[in-house]
Design a protein around this ligand. Sequence first.
Ligand code: PMM
Length: 356
Amino acid sequence: MNDSADRLHIRPASLLHGEAAHHAVHCGLALPLAGGPAAFALAEILHRCTTTGEISRRWVSARDLPSLAKDSQPLSTRLERITAPRPAIAGLDLSRPRIMGIVNVTPDSFSDGGRHADSDSAVRHALALTEQGADILDVGGESTRPGASEVPVEEEIARVVPVVRELAQRGLTVSVDTRKAAVMEAAIAAGAAIINDVTAMRGDPRSAKVVAEAGVPVILMHAREVPVRPDITHEYEDVVLDVADALESHVRNAVQAGIPERNIIIDPGLGFGKEADDNLRLMQRLPLFHGLGVPLLVGASRKRFIGAVTGVEAPTERLAGSLAVAQLAAQAGAAIVRVHDVAETVQMVRMLLFAW
Ligand code: PMM
């Protein structure tokens, strides 16, 4: 995509689901969102001037987008990316939302730290999440919690590898949440199918090479600072466009490093260096991220911004708020939601698929 296309975004709005989406797409009144089943009837076209930073916005009907795109290469490329179906990731068909269950093998994660700190209890927890319907198990050995201590690489490998091996041997789909290339290598050798990197492979100069050579999918999460400091917030010009442009540049770097686009997943990184209002704005405008043309992951479970809105202090008490955000993500066409409360999220998604 050329430079002018980088500055142009389409934000799908007026989302439709189920029968309404099907008929509206069939009649040319709406366009499919990331291949469907959701569709959109309206869109906001945003253009950020590269010199002044000024953002122009205009609303169009989705039915007019294909003809407008005929006269504009950047618009045409964005539109194609927004509407195209997403390929399967690690054998998982993404035509319905997938649930990633969080398995933190750490003594200090913000909402479940210490509960599964040894391999046996982490494996037991992961198997329970699988029973509840998790599609992917995200195993992490280093907390991103503000103030969490840095874990030496050998220690992180010792925490995650036995858990990854045990789960992979049972045929389960495992991702490993790490910023270190050596941990990625060890986890892939033990059977990890997906790498989840909160630094979008900027945390370790070898990461992109390891991922490219292994041919595994990678989740590129947005965090402005590397090393990642979730507690330090930033001023954004426009948080949604800033995050989208940064992620697009991470995708480009990954492709240049030899990782095919079909193996890339993006994540806006809710809670990472963002104020509560920034996270809410990202949630409200999630469909814009489909313009990057790759599957979208959303991780909001139990996060502080949910506490800020609901007034609920204890992360483990934030289930209802977390479910509301997961539902919003699923309706906005997110391919994967990363959650602690798998049983409840599975129930919500199943109900949604039947009810919309
Ligand atoms: N959040 C945390 C850790 N890893 N990975 C991705 N891709 N997206 C996230 O939002 C994310 C993550 C922090 O939450 P935790 O301590 O509950 O795992």
